[in-house]
Ligand binder design. Structure first.
Ligand code: SF4
Ligand code: SF4
Length: 223
C-alpha cells in the first residue's frame, strides 16, 4: 500500500492559480484507502474549489491511476470534459499523477497535471486510518536474517548490523516513542531459535540495485 496524504488546501489552490476549470482524478486503490482520492474526497474537493471560484468540468476515480491501459481507456471516454479543463488535479500518489500525465499525452490530451497529494511511504494498514512503514523497497531483502523485521526501515538509523548500543527498555535512543528494531529482532530470533543470526555480519547492501528508475519486465512480457 502506498501511503499518502492530501497536500494542504492552500498549496493546492496556489498550484491552480490562473486556472479556472479543473478536472479531478482519484484512484480506487491506495488513494481511496488513505482517504485522499476516493469518491467522497473528490466530491469534497469539488465543493472546496467551487467555493474559491473554480469550476469542475468533471471527476473520475481511476481503477487504478497507475495503470496505463485504465488511464487511456477512461480518458478517451471522458475526453470532452477533460478537454474543457485548464488542468487536471490528481488526488493519488506521485506514481498515479505521473501515469495520468504520461498516458494522457499518449492519447493526445495535453493538459497541465497537478499533484494534490504527498506520497509518504510503502506501509501496512494497522487498522482503519492507521498506517505504518515496514519496507523501504531496497531490492535486496534481508528479512530471512532478521526474523522478518526490517532493520533498514524500522531501525531509526537503518543499521544492518545492530543494535547501536543506545536502546533503553526496548526503545530507540533517537526516539523513545519508537521500539528499537534490533531489540524486536533479537526477541524474535530468540523466540524462533535462530539467535545465532544476531552475530552474523550482514554485508553492506548493493546500492546499484537501487539505481533509479527501477524496472521489472516479467519473462513472458519480454520481446
Ligand atoms: S530488507 Fe527491508 S527494505 Fe529491503 S526489501 Fe526487505 S523489508 Fe523491504
Ligand atoms: S536504538 Fe535500536 S532502533 Fe534506535 S538507532 Fe539504535 S539500534 Fe536502531
Amino acid at each position: 500500500m502506498i501511503i499518502q496524504e492530501q497536500k494542504p488546501f492552500d498549496e493546492i489552490l496556489q498550484s491552480l492559480e490562473g486556472e479556472e476549470k479543473i478536472f479531478l482524478v482519484g484512484c480506487s486503490l491506495c488513494a481511496t484507502t488513505c482517504q485522499v482520492g476516493g469518491e467522497d474526497q473528490l466530491k469534497e474537493m469539488e465543493g472546496k474549489l467551487k467555493e474559491k471560484g473554480k469550476s469542475i468540468t468533471g471527476w473520475i476515480v481511476l481503477d487504478p491511476a497507475c495503470q496505463a491501459v485504465e488511464v487511456k481507456k477512461k480518458f478517451r471516454e471522458r475526453k470532452e470534459e477533460i478537454e474543457k479543463a485548464d488542468s487536471i488535479l490528481v488526488m493519488a500518489c506521485g506514481g498515479g499523477a505521473q501515469s495520468v500525465r504520461e498516458n494522457a499525452e499518449r492519447i493526445k490530451i495535453n493538459k497541465i497535471v497537478h499533484p494534490g497529494v504527498n506520497t509518504l511511504f510503502q506501509g501496512e494498514i494497522i487498522r482503519g486510518g492507521h498506517f505504518e512503514e515496514r519496507c523501504s523497497l531496497c531490492s535486496e531483502c534481508v528479512l530471512e536474517q532478521t526474523g522478518t523485521i526490517c532493520p533498514l526501515t524500522r531501525c531509526t538509523k537503518g543499521l544492518l548490523n545492530g543494535p547501536c548500543g543506545g536502546s533503553s527498555n526496548g526503545k530507540c535512543e533517537v526516539d523513545p516513542d519508537r521500539d528499537c528494531a534490533w531489540d524486536l529482532i533479537y526477541k524474535r530470533l530468540k523466540e524462533i531459535g535462530q539467535l545465532e543470526k544476531m552475530s552474523e555480519i550482514r554485508e553492506a547492501k548493493d546500492y546499484s540495485k537501487l539505481m533509479r528508475p527501477r524496472k521489472l519486465i516479467l519473462e513472458g512480457d519480454k520481446k
